[in-house]
Structures are given as C-alpha cells and as structure tokens.
Design a binder for this molecule. Structure first.
Ligand code: NAD
Ligand code: AHE
Ligand code: ZN
Length: 368
C-alpha cells in the first residue's frame, strides 16, 4: 500500500513529505494507522546527525497513537480496530530484562530496532524500490506503519488520539522518571533542569507524588508560567545567577533530594548531580547527549553520597503501564492538554522542529 510519510533523507536537512510504499505485516507484526504523533526533541537530535545510531533515509517519529488495521500471522494480543500506542521500549514479557524486576529495557528486538529494521532484518518501507529505514521501531511520521506486536500498548477507545500520543514518549518519560525510576517520596525537594516537553512532565510527576519544593531551571523565562501551573515552586535562570549549583544548594539549605536533567547537555548533567544533597541526593539523567559526549564530575561527589542514575521511557513497562497512564489522563489525574501548544498537518511537520528550536512550543502534535 501507499502511505504519506515525512522522510528524513539526510542529517541536517528538513523532512520531505512523500508517498512511500509500505508492505503488509509479517509474522508477529501489526499494521497501524497513526492518527496523531508528537514531535520530541529526540527526533530533532537524530535528524541533526548527533545520534550515533542515526541512519538515513528514515521515517522518524516515536510518539504516536492510532488504530490497528491488519495483523500478521501469530499475532494474538491485538486485533483490527484496537486503539494502540507504539512503544519504542517494547515489552516481550519473556526476555531476561522483562523478567528482571529492576528494568524496563526489554532487549528482545533492541539490536534490529537500532539498525532501523524489523526483527527479521528488513524494512517494510520503500521509495522508488529503495528501502527507507524505520526509527526507534515506530516511525510515527508515517500515516501507516508496521510494528512488532510486542511494541504496541492496547489502550481504551474513548481516549483522544491527539492527546494520548504524547503518552508514547514525553508524558510517560517525565512522570515515570519521578514515579518509577527514582521513586521520589512525598515531601522531597526536586530540581528540574530544562522545562520543555519532558521537564514539565517531571514537574507534573513531582507534584503528583507530593514533592514539597520543585525548583525549575531554564535559560528561557517564557517557560515559567506553564511550569508554575504544573507545580514549580521556584525558578532559576542560570543567566541570572553566578553559579547555579551554589544557588540551588543555598536555596535548599544543602541541595535537593532529587534532580533531573531534561536537556541532553553534559555540562548541565554535572550541575544536576552536584546540586543534589550530600549524603543522599540522587540525580537522574533523562536528556540524551550526542555522539562523543561524556559526563564528568569529581568522584568525591559520589564518595560523599550523591548518586547518578538514568532513565529510558521513565522506567515504564509499556504494555503494562501505558494503558494505566491513559486512564490517569482520562480520570483527570494528569494534564496533557495544556502542554500541547501547537498542532499541524503532516505537510507542515518541519514547523514543529522550528517551534521546538526557537523555544516557542512545548509539544507540537501532527494530526493525520
Ligand atoms: P525541549 O526542547 O522541549 O526542552 C528542552 C528545554 O531545555 C528547553 O526549555 C530549553 O530552553 C532548555 N535548555 C536548553 N539548554 C539549557 C541549558 N543549558 N540550561 C537550562 N535549560 C536549557 O526537549 P524535550 O522534548 O523536553 O527533551 C529533553 C531531552 O530529553 C532531550 O535530550 C531528549 O532527547 C530527551 N528525552 C529522553 C528520553 C528518555 O527516555 N531518556 C525521552 C524523551 C526525551
Ligand atoms: N540512539 C542514541 C540513544 C538515544 C536514547 O537514549 N534514547 C532513549 C529514548 S529517547 C526518547 O525520546 C532510550 O530509550 N534509550 C534506551 C535505548 O535502548 O535506546 C545513542 O546514543 O545511541
Ligand atoms: Zn521522545
């Protein structure tokens, strides 16, 4: 079949919308009609050429929601008509990682996914007879896409696609980083570096679990109003203080219980660790840094009781946790609507990247 898709032909160039050929689902695979997709900073990161796994031409996008159209042989857990959210962190429920209680990083298809192909080593997308790669196992910048069955969370049918697509990455990553990965306790103090589509969900998660103080840090003061609405109690603009680490340590009388880096900047990752409280403060890396980038700190920071962690997809097990997060949204326990600042048709998808880079948007959602 033909599908309309935004193709990344090469790093650093705008996406080009084209009619691409898509072949049907094979064993264990599912054809999904994507109804809406968010644009996450990770899509921009890969398009920039900084992603060591980035390969082109590819169809990017990993934050979608849609409807099952057809299933391949052997598929049991979903059927045509089911509403689904694609999972870049799948959940096979069988691999050593899925069976281990301390991780959500299912590895059953990780290597082929990283190469931009389906688990059998081939792509379902072609253009003029030449293969186009999948991305993060999702390729939600295509109106129709094929995914492995284990990479789909079945969700309730009354939930709006144009909002729940954001649960496919940003909402789950931010709230999950707080609730699943770091297990932030009520009364904790929290610092959130980067108040974008992820950081505001970290703030929302911190408020949800009962954090007593939530300090937001961003170079862009236009993020303040929304961050306050979501639970930020204090704002720090690094341009307005001499030393952001000293400033946070002073503000909190010793440092925060938990900090989160939601930018992808290795210098800020160091600041986030070092503003965590001596003896017990924990810092979580959420941001994704480019090829060749490394983090550093004095080992003394860890010797004296701070610890460094990281999270992928907020520690969520997608098929199990994503339907619950959709329920939280439908029950009014989390706010997604106010974070979706822009919507556009696929033809205008490059505007979503422009709005992200200029700092004007929190989340842009493409509606098919
Ligand atoms: P975004 O562009 O919406 O937000 C980034 C924010 O950081 C912006 O508000 C920007 O003003 C701010 N910022 C930039 N440089 C700064 C600095 N030096 N100091 C303070 N603030 C600064 O991006 P996003 O979609 O929220 O994604 C954030 C990061 O999280 C990206 O690196 C993305 O790749 C990553 N990410 C990781 C996961 C995961 O599973 N670990 C999931 C989704 C996104
Ligand atoms: N390809 C990059 C790594 C990118 C990365 O860390 N991705 C996150 C999700 S970001 C979603 O917006 C993730 O899930 N990581 C775990 C994994 O297995 O990729 C690189 O550096 O190679
Ligand atoms: Zn993402």
């Amino acid at each position: 079949m033909k599908t309309r898709a935004a193709v990344a032909f090469e790093a650093g160039k705008p996406l080009q919308v084209a009619d691409v050929d898509l072949s049907g689902p094979r064993e264990g695979e599912v054809l999904v009609e994507i109804k809406a997709t968010g644009v996450c900073h990770t899509d921009a990161f890969t398009l920039s050429g900084d992603d060591p796994e980035g390969a082109f031409p590819a169809i990017l996008g990993h934050e979608g929601a849609g409807v099952v159209v057809d299933v391949g042989p052997g598929v049991k857990s979903v059927k045509p008509g089911d509403h689904v959210i694609p999972l870049y962190t799948p959940e096979c429920r069988e691999c050593d990682y899925c069976l281990h209680p301390k991780t959500n990083l299912c590895q059953s298809i990780r290597s082929t996914q990283g190469q931009g192909v389906m688990p059998d080593g081939t792509s379902r997308f072609t253009l003029d007879g030449k293969p186009i790669l999948h991305y993060m196992g999702c390729s939600t910048f295509s109106n129709y896409t094929v995914l492995p069955e284990i990479a789909l969370a079945k969700v309730r049918e009354d939930a709006p696609f144009d909002k729940i697509c954001y649960i496919g990455c940003g909402v789950t990553t931010g709230i999950g980083a707080v609730a699943f990965t770091m297990k932030v306790e009520p009364g904790s103090t929290v610092a959130v570096f980067g108040l974008g589509g992820i950081g505001l969900n970290v703030i929302q998660g911190a408020k949800m679990v009962g954090a007593s103080r939530i300090i937001g840090i961003d170079l862009n003061p236009s993020k303040v109003a929304l961050a306050k609405q979501f639970g930020m109690t204090d704002f720090v603009n690094p341009k307005e203080v001499e030393n952001v680490v000293d400033h946070i340590i002073q503000l909190t009388g010793g440092g925060v219980d938990y900090s989160f880096e939601c930018i992808g900047n290795v210098n800020v990752m160091r600041q986030a660790l070092e503003c965590a409280h001596k003896g017990w403060g924990q810092s979580c890396i959420v941001g994704v840094a480019g090829a060749g980038q490394e983090i550093s700190t004095r080992p003394f920071q860890l010797v004296t009781g701070r610890s460094w962690k990281g999270t992928a997809f907020g520690g969520a097990r997608g098929r199990t946790d994503v339907p619950k997060i959709v329920d939280w949204y439908m029950e009014g326990r989390i706010n997604i609507d106010d974070l979706i600042t822009h919507t556009m048709p696929l033809d205008d998808i490059n505007k979503a990247f422009d709005l992200m880079h200029s700092g004007e948007s929190i989340r842009s959602v493409v509606l098919y």
